[in-house]
Design a protein around this ligand. Structure first.
Ligand SMILES: [Zn+2]
Length: 243
């Protein structure tokens, strides 16, 4: 947060579950547009709004591929639904790791090695294990907080391995949690999630003042990547974070 721009009140979309929110983060549109409405949907449950030859709303991975055909794009993940919703045919490498404590370290060191050797233009690294701890032990339980500290170390090792003068990091979550759940209870703890963005050209120590929803990250990524926003997007880049 000292090194970048942040908010602890980035809003998720309802229902506050994973496939729905990841798809909004990837596509820049609300569930009513992208059509994923269940926590583990691998394809749209209802017809997406997009009406050209594509059957699904394009993700930021697809837009980056179309804008920069030679781009190296990396996705690493643990929860297998991710492979279905990132539009993996647009991605150079889409690699799954075990959803365990060891898997977290394996994923972060593999991603670090890949990023250092291939210099991808865009990378998405997702750790699903902390969510599993929330379901098992409860959000903010001792076990959950201990695991959050472990994930913090895992992320630190990845960031320290790959940071350079050209990189921008975006740290966020698809949803929060309360008790042992996050999609059936409509409380602030499931809706409000942290967002921290730091790196080249990003204001330091800046608390984001504007209301921010997950889709705004898509528009911000598009701006960072040099991808043209789509005409149907209602999201906008978080312009106040730029120096
Ligand atoms: Zn969950």
């Amino acid at each position: 947060m000292d090194k970048g721009s942040w908010t602890l009140d980035k809003r998720c979309v309802f229902p506050t579950a994973s496939a729905i929110n990841w798809m909004s983060l990837f596509s820049g549109v609300a569930p009513e547009y992208h059509g994923y409405v269940r926590w583990n949907s691998r394809k749209p449950d209802v017809t997406p709004v997009w009406t050209d030859e594509r059957e699904e709303v394009p993700t930021i991975f697809r837009l980056e591929r179309e804008t920069h055909p030679e781009s190296d794009i990396l996705v690493t993940f643990q929860w297998d639904v991710i492979r279905s919703i990132v539009d993996s045919t647009a991605v150079t490498n889409c690699i799954q790791f075990p959803q365990t404590e060891e898997g977290d370290w394996e994923e972060s060191s593999w991603a670090a090695d890949y990023i250092k050797s291939h210099h991808p233009h865009f990378s998405f690294v997702y750790f699903g294990s902390l969510d599993a701890m929330g379901h098992q032990y409860g959000w903010e339980s001792d076990e959950y907080l201990t695991y959050a500290s472990h994930i913090d170390s895992v992320i630190k090792s990845l960031v320290e391995a790959v940071q350079d003068d050209d990189t921008v990091f975006v740290l966020t979550s698809d949803h929060g949690g309360h008790g042992h759940h996050h999609s059936s209870e409509y409380v602030d703890e499931t809706l409000r999630t942290p967002l921290v963005i730091w790196g080249k050209g990003i204001k330091k120590g800046h608390q984001i003042g504007a209301p921010t929803v997950g889709m705004d990250i898509t528009a911000t990524l598009a701006k960072l990547l040099g991808v043209e926003p789509l005409p149907h997007w209602t999201c906008r880049p978080i312009n106040e974070i730029f120096e």
